[in-house]
Design a binder for this molecule. Structure first.
Ligand SMILES: Nc1ncnc2c1ncn2[C@@H]1O[C@H](COP(=O)(O)OP(=O)(O)OP(=O)(O)O)[C@@H](O)[C@H]1O
Ligand SMILES: [Mg+2]
Length: 412
């Protein structure tokens, strides 16, 4: 088992080129044992490019390149490719191509880890790693019969991340778990029965948080290998009729839950909290504001030793967790935990680059208000009549804060 002190968390990313911007560093704040990273920035600023390249970079460390030092790698790689191609171009070509792919990855960005020894990346059954793209593919396949667990374990150790596989086969994974439990009952294996109960209770409790329903139950129908989410109000939902928001959130969890369970099984400890790195592009996709606020707290609670690296447009996401570095690609501004203490409207102005905290409709009212003040400067009664007219027309759009700001303008 790897402890957080031993695991190579990301401490800094040097971006050579993310198309829009070149040559800058994203230094994570030195929270212990690691800092989460939230990337923000305008559309097209390079958030997804960075996440995709982090994925390529990290997965390239899993296999075949133990002898490559992380830093100083580019020159070494170039030399090695030349050597391979010069010494025996035909037989060495595939090896040279592999190295060229790694070079491409290193070329876009360079990562510094807390531990400069990537030996811990060699055993995929010891840590969690996943990259979740912005398109939430949450379709779960139906189950025809129980299957062997080997395929799940094989997918866990695959070089390419297989979120799609884990999400599609989540129900299969649950069915296999239930069937194993039934065998354990036949053998009267109390420990195994207990482990499976804990696993399903964990799932129910977390689904309960997402659905805001403490009494939520996961019901298994043996004859059809079907699972129902039973809600307190009597509704029974299958995985394929979930609302988009829930299914988007659950798809993240299905992927990470399956990995967690397989890793716990592999180390033989069902309370183990594996270390790891998880990249999520736009975790807020399809979520209502209150769930946007919960997505990272729920994930960091479930996976306390996992470093989350996310790209987002949501002020609710950036202000939702501690031990975080928020990096804005547009301004290159770094924020640490102070984001947590800010109101959404302050964040809109200070971090998301809006001119002020008001909506476009409100901005229009402010503009008209200012124009009247300017035009009728010499005639106060007429100015007041015009302002009153404007306020009456827009009564329903004027919030208490806005009224306060408008009144302050009169005394300027
Ligand atoms: N393979 C590519 N070749 C050339 N340009 C690319 C490639 N991939 C992305 N880009 C460009 O790089 C820029 C950054 O794109 P990226 O998708 O990373 O932005 P983003 O910050 O994730 O934006 P959004 O907030 O809209 O998701 C864009 O201008 C995009 O067109
Ligand atoms: Mg993007």
């Amino acid at each position: 088992m790897i402890t957080p002190a031993e695991f190579p968390y990301i401490t800094s990313i040097h971006v050579n080129d993310c198309y829009t911007y070149q040559n800058f560093d994203i230094d994570l704040v030195k929270h212990q044992p690691f800092s989460h990273l939230i990337l923000t920035g305008k559309n097209g600023s390079g958030k997804s490019t960075i996440l995709k390249n982090l994925d390529l970079h990290i997965t390239s460390l899993f296999h075949n390149n133990e002898n490559i030092e992380l830093n100083d790698s580019i020159n070494k790689l170039k030399k090695e490719i030349k050597r391979l191609e010069n010494s025996n171009p035909t037989s060495n070509q595939s090896q040279a191509n592999d190295l060229k792919n790694i070079l491409k990855t290193f070329g876009r960005l360079l990562i510094t880890f807390s531990i400069q020894d990537n030996v811990y990346f060699n055993n995929r059954k010891r840590f969690i790693y996943s990259y979740l793209s912005p398109i939430r593919n949450s379709k779960v396949n139906n189950v025809l019969s129980p299957t062997k667990q080997d395929e799940f374990e094989r997918q866990l150790t695959q070089n390419k991340t297989s979120s799609e596989y884990f999400i599609k086969n989540f129900k299969q994974f649950l069915v296999n778990r239930k069937v194993n439990q039934a065998f354990a009952q036949l053998r009267n294996n109390k420990e195994e029965i207990e482990k499976t109960n804990t696993f399903f209770e964990g799932i129910e409790s977390i689904f309960g948080e997402i659905f805001e329903d403490k009494n939520l139950k996961l019901i298994f129908v043996e004859d059809s290998y079907e699972f129902f989410i039973q809600l307190n109000d009597g509704r029974q939902l299958t995985f394929d009729i979930l609302p988009d928001g829930f299914s988007a959130f659950l798809s993240i969890l299905m992927d990470l839950f399956t990995r967690l369970d397989l890793i716990r099984k592999s180390v033989g400890n069902f309370t183990y909290d594996p270390c790891g790195i998880v990249l999520i592009d736009e975790p807020e996709t399809h979520l209502h504001l209150s769930l946007q606020y919960q997505v990272l707290p729920i994930l960091t609670k479930l996976f306390p030793n996992v470093q989350f690296i996310v790209a987002t447009h949501s002020p609710a996401v950036i202000s939702s967790i501690k031990n975080v570095t928020v990096f804005d690609l547009t301004s290159k501004e770094v924020m640490s935990d102070e984001a947590v203490g800010k109101s959404f409207s302050e964040l809109m102005v200070s971090h998301f680059g809006l001119d002020n905290e008001f909506s476009n409709v409100a901005d229009g009212i402010f503009d008209k208000f200012n124009a009247i003040i300017k035009e009728y400067r010499g005639n106060i009664p007429q100015r007041n009549a015009k302002l009153k007219e404007l306020l009456n027309e827009n009564e329903k759009y004027i919030s208490p804060t806005m009224r306060f700001e408008l009144e302050a303008k009169l005394s300027e």
